[in-house]
Ligand binder design. Structure first.
Ligand SMILES: [Zn+2]
Length: 275
C-alpha cells in the first residue's frame, strides 16, 4: 500500500469525490460463483479439511489500497482517520472481515484498489471506505444503466459517464450491471446499512451523519463506482463506514465495524441460500 498522498491531490470536495472511488475489474459473465481460475496474490488456500467446493466467494476490497486502478490512480483516499490515510483504515477492516468471513465458512478474498483478476466472479463484492471531512456514512449499490465514472486524468474533477478528452485509459472489458445484479445488490446494501446503523451509536463515537442506502440516481460517485464494473459478482456494494475526523472514535473500532459488516454479509448469503 502506498498511503502517500498524491502531490496533485485536489482540495476539499474534489478530494472527497476522488477519495472514495476505488478500482475493480471484471470480465463478462456475471453469475460466476466458483472461485475465478488463476491464483490471486492473497487467495486463501482451497485445500484441506475445511475446504468445501460450494463455499460462496466474497470479494472484500480495501478502497484506495495500492496497487491502484488505471484511470483512478490519483484517488488516494480521504485522510485524518486514527490510522492515517483512508487506505490503511480500509486495509484493517478488510483483513478483519476476511478472517471473520472465512471462519463463517465463506471463501473470502481480499482485494486492493486494482481488482484482480479483471472480471473476477463471486457471490458478493464489498468495497470498504470512509468519507472525507464533512461527509457521511452511507452504503451504495450497483445500478443498471450508465457506465463507470470517468474523471480527468487519473481521477480528478467530477465523475461522468463518458470519458473526458484527457481521461486516462481504463482497463477493459468493463463488466455490466443487469437488473438481477441491481436487485441483489440493493438487498445486500439494505442489510449492510442496517448492521452499520446498529453499531454507529454516539456512545461508540459516531458523530457524522448516516445517510443510509443511497438511492439510485442520487450519487453518481457511489452508484457508478468503478469497482462495480470490474467484477461479475452477483451482488456489489460499497460502504462508507463513516467520515473522518468526526467519526474518529468510532473508526478506531475496527473489530466492531468489521464484525457488523461481516454479520450482514453472512446473513445476506444465507438469505440468498448460498451459505
Ligand atoms: Zn474512499
Amino acid at each position: 500500500m502506498r498511503p502517500a498522498p498524491s502531490p496533485f491531490l485536489p482540495t476539499s470536495l474534489a478530494v472527497a469525490s476522488v477519495a472514495c472511488l476505488a478500482i475493480v475489474a471484471a470480465p463478462a459473465g456475471a453469475q460466476s460463483q466458483a472461485p475465478a481460475p488463476g491464483a490471486e496474490p492473497a487467495a486463501p488456500a482451497r485445500t484441506g479439511p475445511s475446504a468445501r467446493r460450494s463455499r460462496p466467494v466474497v470479494l472484500v476490497q480495501a478502497g484506495h489500497l495500492s496497487p491502484g486502478e488505471p484511470g483512478y490512480l490519483a484517488q488516494t483516499g480521504a485522510s485524518g482517520n486514527p490510522f492515517g490515510g483512508e487506505a490503511e483504515f480500509n486495509r484493517r477492516v478488510r483483513n478483519d472481515m476476511v478472517r471473520r468471513l472465512r471462519r463463517a465458512g465463506v471463501d473470502a478474498r481480499p482485494l486492493a484498489a486494482r481488482v484482480e483478476p479483471l472480471g473476477v466472479g463471486g457471490a458478493t463484492f464489498v468495497s470498504i471506505h470512509h468519507d472525507s471531512p464533512g461527509g457521511a456514512a452511507m452504503v451504495g449499490y450497483a445500478v443498471t444503466g450508465g457506465n463507470e465514472n470517468y474523471y480527468r486524468g487519473q481521477g480528478f474533477g467530477t465523475g461522468r459517464s463518458t470519458p473526458y478528452p484527457d481521461s486516462a485509459t481504463h482497463r477493459t472489458p468493463a463488466t455490466t450491471v443487469n437488473s438481477a445484479v441491481q436487485r441483489t445488490s440493493a438487498a445486500t446494501a439494505r442489510r449492510v446499512a442496517a448492521a452499520l446503523k446498529r453499531v454507529r451509536t454516539r456512545r461508540a463515537g459516531a458523530r457524522a451523519r448516516f445517510a443510509g442506502v443511497i438511492a439510485q440516481g442520487t450519487n453518481r460517485r457511489i452508484n457508478h463506482f468503478y469497482g462495480f464494473y470490474r467484477t461479475t459478482a452477483q451482488s456489489r456494494v460499497i460502504v462508507e463506514v463513516g467520515a473522518a475526523p468526526d467519526d474518529n472514535r468510532f473508526l478506531r473500532r475496527v473489530g466492531t465495524i468489521s464484525a457488523a459488516l461481516s454479520r450482514a454479509v453472512v446473513a445476506d448469503l444465507r438469505a440468498r441460500r448460498l451459505l
